[in-house]
Design a protein around this ligand. Structure first.
Ligand code: FDA
Length: 278
């Protein structure tokens, strides 16, 4: 039933679908980051299957300069930190060998410390090959960015997509937006090839004004957006001569990802409801 909307946000069920999308994006001068859908696996076998799916993805898409985006809970963090570290290590090793990068998506705040610990360990061990994700809605994010920048670890900045308590995250959207702007400046100034991930015109305009004012070269950072969201803005970024990477999810475990996209924008629920009645 959800097919009309899921196909807008999700490349398809297989790696071949994701590769097709990544190739199309390349022709339109956009980069991709492939996300093999899945999270919170409950067995080591599922975690190993996710690792193998990612290894196959890296081997296939590195010629397109695509990265992969993974979740630590898809690679087994809920079962064993050791197993998750070993699975992530296999991905980062191959990413370094093939000249690409593993981006560690950030999940809810109960995982932040453990996720960042693995990012730091991988960066130190392999001398690169990873990107951290920081959520502007968390109070702690400024300090996390300072630590990551000091270690030369690339960061993707996003607003944050999980339900968080006011004790850890700004409850008001205006405060999240203000923090996003502040962290954007920090990253563009001190970061190592940062990624500004947003579909918000105000956030994008601010970043563009900042880089122009400071004469920051277009190859020193990138914008990131989600596959299927704000295609108009995607075109604008490319036309203005900046780098854009689209986050391209694929695979059968689409439900939690899809629900987060619905939650971000009530109009999506309306669109889904209309398509069900057609
Ligand atoms: P905002 O929510 O203010 O939206 C601005 C405008 O964008 C809206 O008015 C609408 O036009 C459009 N828009 C936004 N979301 C839409 C949607 N779902 N459907 C249709 N239109 C939409 N989060 C996280 O917690 N951990 C992570 O690892 C990541 N990773 C990540 C990677 C990339 C590349 C992106 C772009 C985003 C993420 N996110 C994420 C999600 C992020 O935290 C956030 O929830 C969404 O990007 C929405 O925030 P915006 O910055 O787009 O602004």
């Amino acid at each position: 039933m959800a097919r009309p909307l899921t196909t807008r946000f999700i490349a398809g069920l297989t790696l071949a679908d994701a590769v097709r999308v990544a190739s199309e994006l390349k022709r339109s001068e956009m980069l991709a980051s492939l996300d093999y859908l899945g999270e919170n696996v409950t067995t080591l076998e599922e975690a190993a299957a996710a690792r193998e799916a990612y290894l196959a993805a890296i081997r296939t898409v590195y010629p397109l300069h695509a990265s992969v985006s993974m979740k630590v809970t898809a690679l087994g963090l809920d079962i064993s930190e050791e197993a998750c570290r070993a699975n992530t290590d296999a991905l980062v090793r191959l990413a370094c060998d093939t000249g690409t990068r593993v981006e560690l998506d950030m999940e809810d705040s109960t995982y932040t410390d453990r996720n960042l610990k693995i990012v730091h360990e991988m960066h130190e061990k392999h001398g690169g090959g990873v990107r951290a994700v920081i959520q502007a809605y968390l109070y702690r994010s400024e300090q996390d960015i300072i630590d990551l920048c000091e270690h030369g670890i690339p960061v993707r900045l996003c607003k944050g997509a999980y339900k968080e308590a006011p004790s850890v995250a700004f409850p008001k959207k205006a405060d999240v937006d203000a923090n996003f702007l502040k962290l954007t400046d920090l990253l563009l100034e001190r970061g190592s090839y940062p990624a500004i991930a947003t579909h918000d015109d105000a956030m994008l305009n601010h970043a563009l004004a900042f880089v122009r004012e400071r004469h920051i070269r277009a190859d020193r950072f990138e914008f990131q957006m989600l596959y299927g969201v704000r295609r108009d803005l995607q075109q604008r970024v490319i036309k203005e001569g900046y780098r854009l990477r689209l986050y391209v999810p694929y695979g059968a475990a689409w439900y939690p990802y899809f629900m987060r996209r619905l939650a971000e924008r009530p109009a999506n629920v309306l669109f889904l409801a209309k398509s069900l009645f057609k």
